[in-house]
Design a protein around this ligand. Sequence first.
Ligand SMILES: *Cc1c(COP(=O)(O)O)cnc(C)c1O
Length: 392
Amino acid sequence: MNEAWVWVQSELELLQRQNRRRYLVVRQQGEGPWLQVQGRRLVHFGSNDYLGLSRHPQVVQAAQEALARWGAGAGASPLILGHTQEHQLLEEALARFKGAQAALVFPTGFAANLGTITALVGRGDAIFSDQYNHASLIDAARLSRAEVFIYRHNDMEHLAQLLAQHAVQFRRKLILSDGVFSMHGDLAPVGELVELAERFGCMLLIDEAHGTGVLGPGGRGAAEALGMHDHLTLHLGTLSKALGAQGGFVAGPRVLMEWIWNRARSYIFSTALAPAACAAARAALALVQTQPQRRQELLRKAAQLRQELQNQGWSVPQGQTPIVPVFLGQERRVLQMAEQLRQRGLWVPPIRPPSVPEGQCCLRISLCYDHTPQQIAQLLQAMQELAQTSGN
Ligand SMILES: *Cc1c(COP(=O)(O)O)cnc(C)c1O
């Protein structure tokens, strides 16, 4: 590396001093809530495979059959015939699941957000975006060149104020919110968002990455859990979390899907999702629909875990998702706690800026359907010990 690259090392050292440097850890083995890193077996509380579907025999078999039939990759972008029958079947299944006319699958949820949002708004338009939205929504908003107004987290008065002040000056208006906020696991007030979108003539996009498969009577997401599913025009989610596969999707009116495949650059200029991932996601979607007990059991366990951590005195907010944050404040504290848990055989990701705002570091426990009662008890036991030693 010549001199022009020297800054990289010093920037990394700066991150290190701020306790914000991140490391890539190799998962040597691991299925479900187990993993092995650096030769040690740990119970995994950082997975988004909430329903344990990524290893479900029907999901794996579907992927294997698609692999044998189509090969490893789609071979081209969707409009250049990378769109196989597997993609078509998955899109039809997603459309039915969401009660929409049509759906479109992207290589990732991140790409779905980038492509969709930049297809909906551009220069001369406005985006109203929750302060805690996922990075893919933030980046999409920037990339769109629309003017971006950020409202305080879930603060509908602030949003109403911004809309009243600015909305009329813009051609198209789009409100963006996570359905389930990815770091803290709380829900967006979808009913109020729908009402404000209606009142101010805005499009509304709720990102259901964490809600899909997990929340609502049909597993359709946060909007369904709040009784608002049918009020949304556009649906967006990922295949990579509770569906245990890979990819992202949008669903909605056919004309809107057609507009998106004409305009979304992350769709047009990227190789179509691997057919095996499509087949896996479709098998997982079928299980979401036929086995509601998976999400019911998961949510029951998560509610119980929240309660018990609160009883131990930890700062754990109320909530109704399998994402259970334990707020600890500063970087140093959260890193130390994560390390102490690791020594006790538990892997819980420490969350630091830029994933959360300054001073809001937390341990982010994500619970999965296949965590056993013993594994959860082991976590609670360790947290109890740490509560005592840290004088919590
Ligand atoms: C994870 C996530 C995404 C990205 O989905 P991928 O399929 O992992 O790319 C988008 N939005 C939110 C809110 C997420 O949590």
